[in-house]
Design a protein. Sequence first.
Length: 124
Amino acid sequence: MNPLTPAERRALKARAHHLQPVVLIGEAGVTPAVLGEIDRALTSHELIKVRVPGESRAQRSELAEGICTQLDAATVQGIGRILVFFRPRPAEMADKATNSKRSTNKGSARRGAPRRTKRSFQMS
């Protein structure tokens, strides 16, 4: 994946601020099962937080680089024991997400009509 620009990184940090860690890496480290779970989470969410065990800062950065190279993702930031990863959704997943959002908004037929207030009912 191409490296993130500072503006993209800043926007992703803002989006990730309220997120909770989705994947917790245990004492066994990064196993194939953990990589599979991170891959599934990135596919469905694009932006995730991962909690890593209490290792040194250098080991955490190596761990983040390893995950990024294996999963074609980018590290947004690392705060303490929390790492934030980003990988854009595949095109077919993005199309499904936009189609499902469109289908849920069909009930709003009065979208362009002005909202009727209590006073507007009293005046007529």
